[in-house]
Each structure stands twice: as C-alpha cells, then as structure tokens.
Design a protein around this ligand. Structure first.
Ligand code: DGY
Length: 321
C-alpha cells in the first residue's frame, strides 16, 4: 500500500517529525528558512497533506498547485488568517489549527508586555545600553502600577481568559468585549464584566487585544478607537498586527492620545513601522507569543496529530473546518 505524502513548509521539531514519519512519506524542505510562495507550490504538488506556518499563504493558487488529492492543511498556529478556509471547504480540504497548547505561553508574554510597558522596562534597558548617565531619583522613569487598574480585553477566548486570570492576580479589574457573555464560572472568579467595545476603550487603563484577524477586526483599533481611549492608557497587541492601524497608532502617540503601546505583532511582519521603532513609549517584541520550546513542540505535535487523523479517515483533534 502506498503511503500518503505529507509536505512540510518548514522542518518540524523532532517529536512531530517522528510521528509523521511513522505513517507517511514526509517531504521536508532542504533549506533552513521559510519557503517562498513558488517553493511552497512546488513542495505541495501531489501531497495529501500540508503542514504550514502562519507565514505561508494558503490560497486558491496554492491549492491548485497541490492538486485534488490534498486532504488537509494543518497550520502550526492558533490563528489561521493565512489560510483561505472557504476555498479549502469548497474543495473538501480539512483545515486544522493548534488551539489550547499555546494559551499559557501567549498569556505569559502578554503579561510580560503589559508589565514591561507600564513599568517602562524597555526604556530603562535602552538607557543603560546607550550608556546614558542616570541615578536613582524620586521621579526617575516612573511607570504605573497595575493594582486597581482596569484591563480591557478585546476578545475573550482561551488566551483572553488566561490573560484575565494573570492580570486579576496582579490586582487589575477585568472587562472584556465579546459577542456573547462568557459563562458565569469563568467570569465569576475573575469578577469580569462584558462591556460594549466603545465603553471598554473609553474606560480601560490597558487595552489588550485577543481577537482573531478577520475582515471585521482588520484595523479594529483605528484612529477613532485610539482617540476614544484615555490619554493615560496603554495598548497591548499579541493577537495579529493588522488588528491595529499602525499609522494611526503612531499618530495617536505623537499627539499624546494614549500613553504607550506594547506590540508583539505587526501589520507587515517582519517589517515594523519606522514611527514605532523611533519611539520610547513603545515596547516591541518579534512575534514571540508562543515562542517557548515546550509550546512549539506541542504545537507541531498537535499539527501532526491533526494530519494523521485526517489521513486515517478520522476527525482531527482541533479542526477549523
Ligand atoms: C498563533 O499561533 O497564531 C501565534 O501567533 C503563533 O505565535
């Protein structure tokens, strides 16, 4: 019996590669970098499954290049805005993602950014590295404490809730905007209240984004949203870059409309808006939300399990469609 072919867009951690090797012929890229769109088309041609990253665009052209035998696209990420899910659905191709296993890592990084921007950690670090003279003083690099401050979570899925639990432990009050009320057993222990987005923006000391990127959330944080926030507020984004209009954010910071921003994701990754790079009231990390060794292995293993399930004619553990 011929073994199915699994195309990888990137070499996977060993535990995931071993799982796939046991049941399929695995095409592993021979270059140590993400594939170009043309290379990905060649890699996927004739494959039964594709394991891809958030950098890989899975569109009609790629699906055409793959051919009609393709059965599953498994992205190693919880966000799947890089995949044309409708095109896959039309062709009967399953799409899977990796929710759950990166919740804690992403929530941890969100707290790191929240603490980092409110306590001016990046500014302090840059000052020392630049050899700028300094001394302890009563008013030197003062930030804002978290206890008693209001956190506004835009999106209240698994990651938003994990951020809420951490922030509540720091003494923050929790509000969230979402389509529906979260269950009482989630909101009760956190004292979390649902607010309409305009109210949440207007009343939060820190706004943290945890929604997927969709046509509805593209530039959700635009000039008007930033203007609605208190001038003392901070914005944190560990979701997807295009949820924030970066040009509007630079403008809002220039005009003192908000106090600062901490960003792990960017509109045109890996590029960062030069207006953000130039500012001291912005803390930047290069899309590190899920970047722990344990999490990346767990993500890859879950993607492999999704592929193997579909190839075996079963429902995958974490399907998108
Ligand atoms: C995801 O899984 O969507 C994250 O952005 C990866 O870090």
């Amino acid at each position: 019996m011929t073994r199915p072919v699994v195309a990888l867009s990137r070499r996977l951690p060993a535990a995931a590669a071993r799982l796939l090797d046991g049941a399929a012929d695995v095409r592993t890229p021979d270059v140590d970098r993400p594939l170009t769109a043309a290379e990905l088309r060649t890699a996927v041609a004739g494959a039964d499954a594709l394991v891809c990253l958030l950098l890989d665009r899975v569109d009609e052209a790629l699906l055409d290049a793959a051919g009609p035998q393709l059965r599953v696209v498994a992205t190693v990420a919880v966000g799947y805005d890089n995949v044309d899910v409708e095109a896959c659905r039309r062709r009967g191709v399953r799409v899977t993602n990796t929710p759950g296993v990166l919740t804690d890592a992403t929530a941890d990084l969100t707290l790191a950014l929240l603490l980092g921007i409110t306590r001016r950690v990046g500014e302090g670090e840059r000052l020392l590295r630049a050899g700028t003279p300094w001394r302890w003083d009563l008013d030197f690099l003062l930030g804002t404490g978290l206890r008693g401050q209001q956190l506004g979570l835009v999106g209240f899925g698994a990651i938003g809730r994990a951020v809420a639990a951490r922030a509540a432990a720091f003494g923050m009050s929790i509000t969230y905007s979402a389509r529906h009320d979260a269950p009482a057993d989630v909101t009760g222990p956190l004292g979390a209240r649902r607010l309409p987005l305009p109210e949440l923006l207007a009343s939060s000391d820190v706004v943290s984004l945890h929604c997927p990127l969709t046509p509805e959330t593209h530039h959700l944080v635009d000039a008007a949203a930033l203007r609605a926030m208190p001038s003392s507020a901070h914005l944190v984004n560990t979701a997807r870059g295009p949820v924030v209009d970066e040009a509007a954010l630079v403008d809002a910071l220039d005009h003192g409309e908000i106090r600062g921003a901490a960003l792990d994701v960017f509109e045109e990754e890996p590029a960062v808006h030069p207006g953000l790079l130039a500012r001291d009231d912005v803390l930047l990390t290069p899309h590190l939300g899920s970047a722990t060794e344990q999490t990346r292995e767990a993500m890859a293993v879950l993607a492999a399990r999704n592929v193997l399930a579909v190839l075996a004619g079963q429902d995958p553990p974490t399907p998108v469609v």
